[in-house]
Design a protein around this ligand. Structure first.
Ligand SMILES: CC(C)(COP(=O)(O)OP(=O)(O)OC[C@H]1O[C@@H](n2cnc3c(N)ncnc32)[C@H](O)[C@@H]1OP(=O)(O)O)[C@@H](O)C(=O)NCCC(=O)NCCS
Length: 281
């Protein structure tokens, strides 16, 4: 028997993208400048939130990943190959897709920011008490996200209770004023889906949630924290800059004609995004 029989070789035609239905993490290659440690979380979160997960492989190893949700019609592609990105992008047109490649036709730039988590464990005077979201908060948190971003799949809220992930909230006068998510994978933390109810903006809720999530990430073992922010989102960039974050790169949101507008900061993991989490456990 030929030793290479049954094994994919470079000259084999690439198999078509394959849809995954279970969160068992496949063996990912190097798919991203920024997000490699989070890819297993992203797959898990996408499936938890009712999204689709597609992979491409080269000789059995995953070299492309697409996460997509039909409700939001927003997805994310992770690959180091532009042709893979275009192949995966072709699975969902029209749609809005995040990618480290600026895919056509229209593109919005999201900067990726980072900070060394330890430097943030310094004095911050919290203007509001921050706590972890409870299951009983989920209906109100869901309303906040829907009012801010439009359509989203409420199954995604379950992500807040998965290992390595938290949703932190601030309550003002018995109402959820803001919420934000944080994930930690090994020594890497990520802040996403920061959302503050309009009438509670400009009073420091977003800033408190930024510090609280960063502190939670540091306590959970992260030495570095990253966050992706639209270049059009002045308040979020202000919060990140004041916290000592710096830009380390970019990713791109491309929309085909007919794709929905993405409001706020869509999230890579499942597709809707932005929030922060709570301070002490
Ligand atoms: C971005 C967001 C979370 C900020 O929350 P917030 O509670 O208003 O933030 P803060 O009160 O902590 O404001 C922090 C700083 O950002 C800047 N800022 C806030 N709103 C601003 C605005 N509309 N225009 C310009 N700068 C603004 C200010 O410098 C502010 O500090 P200051 O009030 O002391 O000057 C909130 O606007 C929001 O939910 N937006 C919609 C969703 C979204 O875009 N989320 C972020 C995705 S990454």
């Amino acid at each position: 028997m030929d030793a290479s029989e049954g094994r994919a070789t470079r000259s084999d035609p690439a198999p078509p993208p394959e849809r995954l239905h279970r969160p068992d993490p496949p063996e990912f290659g190097d798919l991203s400048q920024f997000f490699n440690p989070f890819l297993p979380h992203f797959v898990r979160d996408a499936l938890t939130g009712g999204g689709e997960v597609w992979v491409t492989r080269d000789a059995g190893r995953v070299d492309g990943l697409l996460l997509y949700h039909d409700t939001e019609r927003v997805g994310s592609i992770f690959t180091r190959s532009r042709s893979r990105a275009e192949e995966l992008r072709g699975l969902h047109q029209p749609g809005a897709i995040f990618s480290e490649f600026p895919l056509t036709p229209s593109v919005e730039v999201y900067s990726v920011w980072e900070t060394q988590a330890a430097t943030v464990i310094r004095e911050h005077r919290y203007a509001h008490p921050v706590r972890g979201a409870l299951r009983t908060d989920l209906p109100e948190v869901g309303r906040l996200l829907r009012e801010t971003y439009g359509r989203f799949d409420p199954r995604w809220l379950e992500v807040a209770f998965l290992p390595g992930t938290r949703c932190l909230v601030i309550e003002v006068g018995g109402q959820i004023a803001g919420a934000g998510w944080v994930s930690v994978a090994g020594r890497e933390g990520r802040l996403y889906s920061l959302t503050v109810r309009p009438r509670f903006r400009r009073v420091g809720v977003g800033t408190d949630l930024w510090y609280a999530r960063t502190a939670w990430a540091a306590r959970s073992g992260a030495t570095r924290v990253i966050s992706e922010i639209s270049e059009q989102n002045v308040p979020s960039m202000q919060i990140a800059e004041r916290g000592g974050m710096r830009r380390i790169g970019a990713l791109y949101l491309s929309r085909t004609p007919g794709a929905p507008q993405v409001r706020g900061a869509p999230q890579l993991g499942q597709t809707l995004s932005v929030t922060s989490m709570r301070l002490p456990q």
